[in-house]
Ligand binder design. Structure first.
Ligand code: ADP
Ligand code: ZN
Length: 721
């Protein structure tokens, strides 16, 4: 080939053609550097016939500058990039960029310089250096990353290098990972586990596309079952991707993996240091790394020979990305498996309706683990009607729940209180004039965080110190907290059971892997009596002494009434309930609610999963909602309110008039101001068979907007705010 067509990472440019100079070897997937005007840009050589043609004659082509020393992106990944861009109506360039997620990895191996503490501690230290010494115990990273970890400037750290407090270490960027051993510690599986494991092993050995839905109650041993599929891939010398929703929470998973395979897997998430990203990316691309456990972005890693994909907790809404390329990692994982000709296992105790429907239609093979492993029983679930048993004034826990918490404490057992709300209180107002503290950038209330003494916006991250006087009426010490967040529930426990050891578990407190590991160690050793947590505590944990789960407000998730509110509530409560009674002691779950008769709550209390899914299926079928119909959202935004409104009207005015397609809106979004942008939404509902993407492309393609306007298309939306 001496003419190469490049996919470049600037969507405005489109594909560009270059001449391949003599002596340079490129093929589709090669990553190259090319000249553009006076600049140099990164590009991926693509099959020319798959990109729009360019008109530059051969004689005027500029030569490529360099082919980078990494394996070409393989065809299955190239096809996945195209599919994702096409399905989610995203620029090809934006999707391709997700595959080249480590710039450093594109350069050859070598060494990098990292820094760590020397252990030398002088008698006198500036407060900043003292804080850095504290924060950097056990850390080794670049100066920039250490500055971030210790919240000090890079200058402070350079000073510490000169003073002999930090030392440079040279690390081999490509040092290999320890090898996982498929037969390190093979468990004896239960009968149902064995059936599932055999199917996975057979599918891995066939090396064909095969989608599975592993549907098993919490504690049924899904992980052990799919580990046999992982073992089969390792034996065959193929790589495995395990996608997880919350990477900070995989401490437990990593140690289980290490017990089974003799070493931890490679971890991939957005918080990795640049050297770790580079090492993981290259190791995968060269076919050395065997198993990667990662958050959704791991989906676009350049595996050399992928043999199995597992999506654990596959129902989790966090697999849906809601900015940039708005893809659903669960669905894209199935497509990647198809292109790679590999099996894919979706594991869940509460599968998404969409996944169950695929199983029903015979497209996914469903494997059931109906019983808890080792004979542990599912916990007894009861509802606690808050209208009948109101909590005391200014409190949020009803007397029967308080009684049982005290009972657990007396018996030396653990309790868990679940409330999916960070901070102390969701709304703060002035007791004198009623002024409500609102975010200046968003149409949202500021949430009081007492631990950090801030008022914070959970949408844009805006924070202020609580003011001494009301900004409206000037009243001093006027703040009143309205409603509970987890911090307030932890306070309540401290009041009613002062001797209890309480752990608060939210993304504000489990800020690092070390802290997460410490929490798991404390909870396992019995050093914690009551865990108070957000959805962070609903998944994955296995604490043998935990026998009581209290759901503080089951009605919370049902408010707002978006399409999946009922399903999400069901999943969350079923997951958190699954934390109780996982070992020999029986578990009990109390659900506080004002609507015990609501279908979701009643199904949970009755332990009747099928009743819930049947009712939900019927409701969706009637509404033409997924999986029976298709939804898409168009979000129009601008910093200028009138500009946003005009653009939204223009989009609405150009809406197609088709029998099978219903367009709702434009209407101001529920979050009508977000990060300083005014927002309007349109919702499109279509029959399943409709080529919805084509319709939207034709609809929006000819429209032109003011430069400040942004149009985002969300296919299969999860968020309706
Ligand atoms: P799930 O993922 O379905 O909630 P887990 O995989 O966490 O369930 O299993 C629950 C518990 O049972 C874990 O502590 C796990 O180690 C244990 N377990 C599951 N299967 C086996 C097995 N075959 N042999 C020994 N322990 C097992
Ligand atoms: Zn905000």
């Amino acid at each position: 080939m001496n003419r190469a067509r490049l996919l470049v990472f600037n969507a405005a440019l489109g594909p560009l053609d270059y001449r391949v100079p003599d002596g340079m070897e490129v093929e589709p997937g090669s990553v190259v550097i090319a000249p553009l005007g006076p600049r140099q840009i990164l590009g991926i050589v693509w099959e020319p016939e798959r990109l729009p043609a360019t008109a530059v004659p051969d004689s005027r082509l500029r030569p490529l500058l360099e082919a980078l020393p990494v394996p070409p992106l393989r065809e299955p990944l190239r096809r996945l990039i195209e599919w994702t861009a096409d399905y989610y109506i995203a620029p090809l360039a934006a999707v391709a960029r997700m595959a080249l997620s480590s710039g450093a990895a594109l350069r050859g191996g070598g060494t990098a310089t990292e820094y760590r503490l020397t252990g030398h501690e002088p008698a006198r230290l500036t407060p900043q250096r003292a804080a850095a010494l504290d924060a950097l115990q056990g850390e080794q990273a670049t100066i920039r990353e250490l500055a971030h970890i210790a919240s000090v400037s890079e200058g402070v750290l350079r000073g510490m290098v000169n003073a002999g407090l930090l030392e440079a270490v040279s690390v081999d960027v490509d040092r290999p990972y320890p090898r996982a051993q498929p037969d390190h510690a093979v468990p004896l599986l239960g009968a149902d586990q064995q059936v599932a494991a055999n199917r996975f092993v057979a599918a891995v050995d066939r090396a064909e596309f095969a989608p599975f839905l592993l549907d098993g109650v919490t504690g049924s041993g899904k992980t052990e079952a799919y580990f046999e599929g992982v073992a089969a891939a390792l034996r065959a010398g193929r790589q495995v991707l395990v996608l997880m929703p919350e990477i900070a929470l995989t401490e437990n998973f990593l140690s289980r993996f290490a017990s089974r395979f003799g070493t931890a897997p490679v971890v991939w998430h957005s918080g990795l240091k640049s050297t770790e990203r580079r090492r993981a990316w290259r190791s995968l691309a060269f076919g050395e790394a065997q198993v990667v456990v990662g958050a959704r972005s791991a989906l676009f890693l350049p595996f050399a020979r992928l043999g199995l994909i597992v999506v654990d907790e596959a129902h989790e809404v966090s697999f849906k990305q809601d900015d940039g390329v708005r893809y659903n990692a669960r669905d894209v994982a199935v497509m990647r498996a198809r292109f790679e000709a590999s099996p894919v296992i979706l594991a869940s105790a509460t599968p998404a309706l969409e996944s169950l429907q695929m199983a029903e239609a015979g497209i996914y093979e469903k494997l059931d683990l109906p019983d808890r492993f080792g004979g542990a029983h599912l916990p007894a679930i009861e509802t606690l009607d808050l209208r009948e048993h109101p909590p005391e004034r200014g409190r949020w826990l009803a007397p029967p729940l308080v009684a049982r918490l005290k009972d657990r404490l007396a018996r030396g057992e653990q309790s868990l209180l679940f409330l999916n709300r960070r901070g102390y209180a969701p709304l703060t107002l002035c007791r004198n004039c009623g002024y409500r503290f609102q975010c200046p950038n968003c149409s949202a209330w500021l949430v009081e965080h007492r631990l950090s003494q801030r008022l914070a916006c959970h949408h844009c991250g805006h924070e202020t110190a609580p003011p001494a006087t009301c900004p409206e009426c000037g009243e001093p010490d006027c703040l009143v907290a309205c409603g509970p967040g987890v911090e307030r529930i932890a306070d309540e426990i401290a009041e009613i059971m002062p001797e209890a050891r309480v752990a608060l578990v939210t993304s504000d407190t489990l800020t690092s892997r070390e802290r997460a590991a410490q929490f798991v160690a404390d909870a396992t050793s019995g050093a914690i009596d009551v865990i108070v947590g957000t959805q962070l505590v609903t998944k994955g944990y296995h604490f043998p002494e935990l026998t009581l789960v209290g759901v503080v407000d089951a009605d919370l998730g049902l408010e707002g009434g978006d399409l999946r509110a009922a399903e999400r509530t069901y999943q969350q409560i079923a997951q958190v309930a699954g934390r109780a009674g996982r070992a020999s002691k029986p578990g009990e779950v109390l659900i506080q609610t004002r609507h015990p008769e609501a279908a979701v709550i009643a199904a949970l209390a009755a332990g009747d999963r099928d009743a819930f899914y049947d009712a939900e299926t019927e409701a969706r079928r009637e509404a033409g909602a997924p999986p029976f119909g298709r939804w898409a959202a168009i979000i129009v935004s601008s910093e200028d309110e009138a500009e946003a409104r005009d653009a939204a009207r223009a989009v609405g005015g150009a809406a197609p008039h088709l029998n099978d397609v219903l367009v709702l809106g434009p209407a101001p979004a529920p979050l009508s101001l977000l990060r300083g942008r005014y927002r309007y939404r349109l919702l499109i509902n279509a029959r399943r068979s409709t080529q919805l993407q084509d319709i939207i492309r034709e609809w929006l393609g000819p429209l032109r907007f003011a430069p400040g306007v942004r149009i985002a298309v969300d296919i299969d939306p999860y968020s309706f705010v």
